[in-house]
Design a protein around this ligand. Sequence first.
Ligand code: F0G
Length: 459
Amino acid sequence: MEKRSWAEPYKIKMVELLKMTTLEERKKAIVDAGLNTFLLKSEDVYIDLLTDSGVGAMSDRQWAGIMMGDEAYAGSRNFYHMHDTIEEYYSYKYTVPTHQGRGAENILSQIMISEGDFVPGNMYFTTTRLHQEIAGGHFVDVIIDEAHIPDSEHPFKGNVDFIKLNKLVDEVGAEKIPYICIATCVNMAGGQPISLENLKQVRAWCDKYGIMLVHDMTRVAENAYFIQQREEGYQDKSVKEIVYEICALTDAATMSAKKDAIVNIGGFLAMNDKRLYEKACELVVVYEGLHTYGGMAGRDMEAMAIGIKESVQDNHMRARVGQVEYLGKLLDDEGVPVVKPYGGHAIFLNAREILPHIPQKHFPAQALAAALYVESGIRAMERGVVSAGRNQETGENFMPKLELVRLTIPRRVYTQAHMDVTAESVVRVMKNANKVKGLRFTYEPKMLRFFMGRFEEID
Ligand code: F0G
C-alpha cells in the first residue's frame, strides 16, 4: 500500500538549546534528588518527559496574544475572550478562572461535598481525590476492570462500569453522592478515552438519580480524537464537534488548561448552573483572585483563549497523538511492555514486567524512572504505588494494579528524533533491568508524596 505519513502542522521559529550531561553527572544528580525525578533540576535533564502539563510550545499567535494582555484588576478584556471561547467551544455558560486545575478542584469540592459523601469517578487522579477527601468525601473507582489491565486492548478503557456505579447507589443512597466525576482521556489509566456511548449512558444515569455530572476536561480534545478514530458513527465529525458534544453532555467542568489548551499556566471551573456559579465566585475570591482573573494574568487568559481554538484542530490532534503512537510503536516493536492501546498524552511502561524482581512495596516504577534518567538524561514520572499514596483512614499504602512509568509527551515540543533516542534508551535500561534495585523512602510527605518524597536503594 502507498504510504502516507502525517507531519507536524507547524514549523519551528525559535529553539531552546538542551544541555547534555555525562553519566557521572547524572548519577550524582539523581542521588541529590533522592531518586525522585520531580526533584531533579530541569537543567540536568536532556529530554523532559515528566509531564505534558504547562510545558507545551505556544504558537506565534499565542505569543502575540501575550502582548495583548489587559492587566486590569477587574473585567480584563482577555477574561471575556476566554469566557466566550469556553462557551463557544466547550458549551459551558459560566467560567471561573483558576490558577490551574487543582484550584478548580478545590473550589468544586468545597462547594459540593459534605462530610461522609461519596464521589464516584472513572479512576482517581492524585489532586482530584485529595481535594475530595479534604472536603470530607470518599472517592469510589467505577471505571471498567479493563482499565486496570495494562495489555487489555479495549478501545475505551475510560468507560464507566454501571454495575459498580449501581452498587454504590444501592449501598449509600443517591443523596450521599453529590456528583460523579468523569475524566476524558483518563490520565492514571494510561491516557485512555471514554466513548460517547458510555458518556451518554452516564448522563442518563445522572438524570435518573438527580446527580450532577462533572467533567475533568483536562484532555478532552485527545479523547475526542480517539472517538473520531474508534467509535462508530463519528468518523466524519471533526474533533471540534466531538469536543463540544462531550462537554454538552455534562453539567460542569474542571480544567487544567496547561494540557490540552497549550498554555504554561491556567485553568478554570465552568458550569451551566447560575447558583453554582455564584457559590464558586464567593470562593474564588478567597483562594485564587477576583472572579475575572482567578489567579491568572490577563495575558495568560488571552493565550488560553487562542490555545483552545488551536487545540481542537484535526491536524493538530493527528500530529499530537500520532507522535505518542510513534513512540509507543517503537517500544512495542522492541518488546518493551507498554500500556495498550497507546494513550493520548503518554506512553506508560509496565514496571512490574520490566522489573519482576522488585516487589511493589519496593517501588519498581520509581526505581525504573530513576534508572532511565541515569542511563540517558530522560526524565519520566512514576505512576504507581508512590503516586497512589496511603488510605487516609487506615494508613495503608494503596496498591494499584498499574505500576507504571509515564513517558509524557509535551505538545509541539520534541521531534521524531527525540522519540527515537527515547525508545533506544528505554530498551537499554530494560536490557540491564536486573541491575536496578528496589527503593525505600527516606522522607515521606503526608500528602501527594510523589512530588517531594525521597528514596534510597535497598541492597
Ligand atoms: N486532572 C487531571 C486529569 C490531571 O492530569 C491534572 C494534572 C489535574 C487534574 C490537575 O491539574 O496540575 O493544573 O493543577 N496533571 C499533571 C500531570 C500534573 O502531570 O499529569 P493542575
